[in-house]
Write a protein that binds this ligand. Structure first.
Ligand code: SF4
Length: 229
């Protein structure tokens, strides 16, 4: 698998990405979920791989797990149009990382300041659980996104799978993988980039109080400061 030298820039990569059919299970599933949520029945779904969004020249990269069935897979923009996006983007706004507290549609004017957001897996997986080979297949895109971010200083990983995906791409292969345990708030240094761990802003983590809004906003402010150092 080649890295970021495969495409000239992020636009060229995304043109290729949105036509990707490398994972047969996910190609089928991203279409099978169209209209399953009755709130959006009749709406035209994106139902393709979902590109990252934001400032590719930014210093901060945010990496989630994968698009949601009625979120990114419906709207065509990562962390857009579902409950996780509502929580995440309102917190990002409070921390000064976005221009607005909502993320509803691709044409809603959302701007990320000095930051780019993507997912480890670009297609919606059943039960939010991508298979190891699907994560591996999709790593070519995440690797390229990281390669295109020439000013990158900090990566915020949302959940354990995102951490593992980033570790595989940028950690020193000589270091044991067990060194990078997922602990909310943990900060690791990998090849000059600081990697910060956070629970994923899923409704389950938010509704159970595992991820509290005030703690998450504090972490986002810390991440923003780290990117400016
Ligand atoms: S998950 Fe990634 S590699 Fe697999 S089909 Fe979607 S875009 Fe392609």
């Amino acid at each position: 698998m080649q890295g970021e030298d495969r495409w000239a820039d992020i636009r060229e990569m995304n043109d290729r990405l949105i036509a990707c059919e490398r994972c047969p299970r996910l190609v089928e599933f991203r279409k099978a979920v169209v209209g399953r949520d009755k709130r959006f029945r009749g709406e035209t779904y994106w139902a393709r791989p979902v590109p990252g969004y934001g400032d590719i020249n930014g210093r901060l990269l945010i990496v989630g797990l994968a698009p949601a069935a009625s979120g990114g897979n419906r709207t065509g923009r990562v962390f857009t149009g579902d409950k996780s996006s509502d929580f995440l983007v309102s917190c990002l706004h409070e921390a000064g990382i976005t221009n607005q507290p909502t993320s509803e549609r691709r044409d809603d004017g959302l701007i990320y300041y000095d930051a780019y957001i993507t997912a480890a897996v670009k297609c919606v997986p059943p039960d939010n659980k991508p298979l190891p080979e699907e994560i591996e297949n999709c790593s070519v895109y995440l690797r390229s996104e990281i390669g295109f971010m020439k000013n990158l200083k900090v990566i915020l990983v949302l959940g354990q799978i995102a951490l593992q995906a980033v570790v595989r791409l940028i950690a020193d292969p000589a270091e044991p993988r067990s060194r990078y345990r997922f602990v909310h708030g943990a900060v690791y240094s990998m090849n000059g980039i600081r990697v910060v761990c956070s629970y994923h802003p899923s409704p389950r983590n938010v509704n159970t109080g595992k991820l509290k809004r005030s703690d998450f906003v504090d972490l986002l402010k810390k991440v923003k400061e780290m990117a400016l150092e």
